[in-house]
Design a protein around this ligand. Structure first.
Ligand code: DAT
Ligand code: MG
Length: 140
């Protein structure tokens, strides 16, 4: 059950100089970073990545936020890493994300229309395959 997942360090994480801290948590857990890139994503890539959220009130703010600066994209590998990184990241809402998680320890609510919660992690094997294709496969 060795898997690959897509991890993104979002523009807030990069702007707050947390790239190293976040990658270190992934490595310290024992997962392996097998590919890494830094880019400022365009709205075509982000619209495909977040297609499930089209029409929701936070969709446009989410795309504005995610295209506002550089992000780090990582292909991360390990046994059950999809589930494991979601646990490392913590809940979507950084106010209630468990202490000990990336979002719980390093994130907070800034009172904006989109939650800036530092990281993205694929939520299923199908999502991981699709998202890794988008960010590393050059399909957008
Ligand atoms: P996750 O990133 O935990 O998988 P998601 O896929 O439901 O969460 O949403 C994608 C991102 O959109 C999330 O990381 C932050 C933002 N978001 C989600 N729900 C939100 C809400 N109710 N209000 C503001 N931003 C939200
Ligand atoms: Mg999600």
């Amino acid at each position: 059950m060795t898997q690959d997942t897509l991890v993104l360090i979002k523009p807030d994480g990069v702007a707050r100089n947390l790239i190293g801290v976040i990658l270190a948590r992934i490595e310290a857990k024992g997962y392996v970073i097998v590919d890494l890139r830094m880019l400022t994503p365009d709205r075509a890539l982000l619209g495909a990545h977040y297609a499930e959220h089209l029409g929701k009130p936070f969709f446009d703010p989410l795309l504005d936020f995610m295209s506002s600066g550089p992000v780090v994209a990582a292909r991360v590998r390990g046994h059950r890493v999809i589930e494991g990184f979601r646990a490392l990241a913590g809940a979507t809402d950084p106010t209630t994300a468990a202490p000990g998680s990336i979002r719980g320890d390093l994130g907070r609510d800034w009172g904006e229309r989109v939650q800036k919660n530092l990281v993205h992690g694929s939520d299923s094997p199908a999502s991981a395959e699709r998202e890794l294709g988008l960010w590393f496969g050059g399909t957008v």
